[in-house]
Design a binder for this molecule. Structure first.
Ligand code: C2E
Ligand code: CA
Ligand code: CA
Ligand code: CA
Length: 280
């Protein structure tokens, strides 16, 4: 039994070692990828549900890997977060998203279109964040009020005073702030009143069964009501069916996002969507 135990450790160590090596390798690969501009940003439409119009997009990063093809964030975001590479990567996404919005505006079919950009925990704690956001706005020339930064509840609740200070500094730039994946983190609602937040994005987990599960329907109803009481915008994430859309509309949720309206796509595809389907 003792021997077996030792072998088990040996196997464990080897697996650990392999994963450390893999992570280090991927980190180096990602650094090079950033320098060689292998990252791309895709955009997913955000729709005004009552009027069935695209009012904004969310920027979602991808890695155009030379051998492995187009990689979704779940393949590299955690590693970027742990290694800290998310800070320069996130800065690049901010810049790219703001410049893309400026290009769509210059082409004349993005009047009032809003741009949402995700922030990671590491970026949110980084002292240069406010400067990075200010630079992205200044160098692209887009109106700060068109930019919304998405944060998660856990990021805000770690150190609520520090978070509050950063949020206020971002707000002073004129940008808007959204709580992403709402409902999946801590359920302390107190912070909603205390922090300068503009938008709540209800997590896809609650939307999937909203038209078929009474519990989820009640929950989404409550979030929409709360959100309205606090004068916040509400966005339902992950709408895939007409039934879900109809239920959300019925519950008074104003905005939606999901495959029903469009998958994340490159700038050209979004441009034609904006051009041809100002109404979805
Ligand atoms: P998220 O911010 O919650 O983004 C929404 C995710 O849900 C996206 O996955 C999107 O493609 C997917 N989605 C949208 N509509 C539907 C739907 O109807 N059904 C289903 N099943 N999925 C839908 P994606 O692009 O793979 O991104 C995953 C996560 O990676 C994002 O979740 C976000 O947390 C993170 N992420 C993406 N881009 C960035 C970035 O630039 N910076 C940071 N820090 N995180 C990012
Ligand atoms: Ca998001
Ligand atoms: Ca989300
Ligand atoms: Ca998420």
């Amino acid at each position: 039994a003792k021997r077996q135990g030792r072998n088990a450790y040996a196997v464990f160590d080897e697996a650990m070692y392999a994963s450390v090596i893999n992570e280090a390798r991927q980190r180096m690969e990602m650094e090079r990828a950033l320098a060689e501009e292998q990252f791309v940003v895709h955009y997913q439409p955000v729709v005004d549900l009552p009027h069935q119009r695209v009012t904004g997009v969310e920027a979602l990063v991808r890695w155009q890997h030379p051998e492995r093809g187009l990689l979704a964030p779940n393949h590299f975001i955690d590693n970027a977060e742990e290694s800290g590479l998310i800070v320069p990567l996130g800065r690049w996404v901010l810049q790219e998203a703001c410049h893309q919005l400026a290009r769509w505006q210059a082409d004349g079919y993005a009047e009032g279109l809003t741009m949402n950009v995700n922030l990671s925990a590491r970026q949110f704690q980084y002292a240069g964040l406010v400067g990075d956001v200010r630079d992205a706005i200044a160098s692209s020339g887009v109106e700060a009020g068109l930019l919304t930064l998405e944060l998660t509840e856990s990021m805000l609740l770690q150190d609520i005073d520090a978070a509050s200070e950063t949020l206020h500094a971002l707000r002073r730039l004129g940008v808007h702030l959204a709580i992403d994946d709402f409902g999946t983190g801590y359920s302390s609602l107190n912070y909603l009143k205390r922090l300068p937040v503009d938008v709540i994005k209800i997590d896809r987990a609650f939307i999937a069964e909203v038209a078929t599960d009474a519990g989820d329907k009640t929950l989404v109803d409550a979030v929409v009501t709360l959100s309205r009481a606090l004068s916040l915008k509400t966005v339902a994430e992950g709408i895939e069916t007409d039934d879900q859309q109809a239920m959300l509309h019925l519950l008074g949720c104003e905005y939606g996002q999901g495959y029903l309206f469009g998958r994340p796509a490159g700038p050209e595809a979004i441009a034609s969507l904006l051009r041809e389907h100002a109404e979805v």
